[in-house]
Design a protein around this ligand. Sequence first.
Ligand code: SF4
Length: 339
Amino acid sequence: MTVEELCESIQAKRRAFYEARKNTTPKNQPTASDLGDCVRETVLAITNWRDRPGFDVELLQRFQRGNEVENIAVRELMELGYTVRIDRSPFELKDKKGRVVLRGHADGFIRTGENPQHPVDVPFECKSLNPNVYKQIDCQEDFDKYVFFRKYPRQLQAYLLGHNLEEGFWLLDDCLGHWKLIPCHLDYERAEKLLRHAEQAVEHIAGGTLPPYHYDPSYCLKCWAFKRICTPPFFSGEGMKIINDPEFADKITRRAELDAAATEYEKLDKEIKETLREAMKPEDNWIIGDFLISATQSKRKAFSVSASESLKFKIERLSEEDQIKKSSEDYEASLAKDV
Ligand code: SF4
């Protein structure tokens, strides 16, 4: 066997290894780790679980890497002297009728407390993130900016509620060995919303009905149920067209590739200018590292603009959930609509 054949054989075996793990398993209740923005999707994931495609090989490989990162993190915490408890038994949240509406289990608990007779367990969730996303997350609210990562606060808030605890934290790893530890406190408003989401889903499952469609086409386009078992009405409207223009599609793809860097640039630019505005006076010149920073005073002229109409465009990547941002008001509106 040549080395080329060996390489090909390793790739093929690895692919086959993950292909064999592509499966979909049934579930009876919503799970805390999987509460997206669409209650209808939560219902379909339970009632039509057979229609849900398994994760693709690339995603399974990513999950596997995430599991390894979690194991390493737990080991490191223990080496640092912390008592880590891994509890695989799920918690359950019930509604007023006594029905289980949500299940889940935390990645682990760190044992703290002054009195060994009365230890306090603090739950944590370990998340391995793409380094570009990792840089953007510094607090719970930062997760809310990403459609995919918005699940994380719901997940940890559910664990706090389920275990009757007030505090937990996220351990974020950028897959390069760096950590961020982000505290999380029980937020009754968030907890109430996720419970409402789960309760509505269970109510629909019991009644054999479906919640309203999600109203954001960009969200539906990334949903596994889309056009398999769910076709929202706006996709049959006159405004929906498929345009075959590869050159223009390339431009939109390139724009999306630059988006993460642009977002980081904007964040840093804002932070830097806020700091400089506090610290510098007009005509000051500072040298910081390799940069000369000059402060000048500028006056803004008053002007008026006549009324006009304009088109606004929202351009989003269809294939990568984690790059799509969407306001949390959308989600709240969808829950409020289905009461
Ligand atoms: S296609 Fe849209 S409305 Fe249908 S389940 Fe998915 S997100 Fe919800």
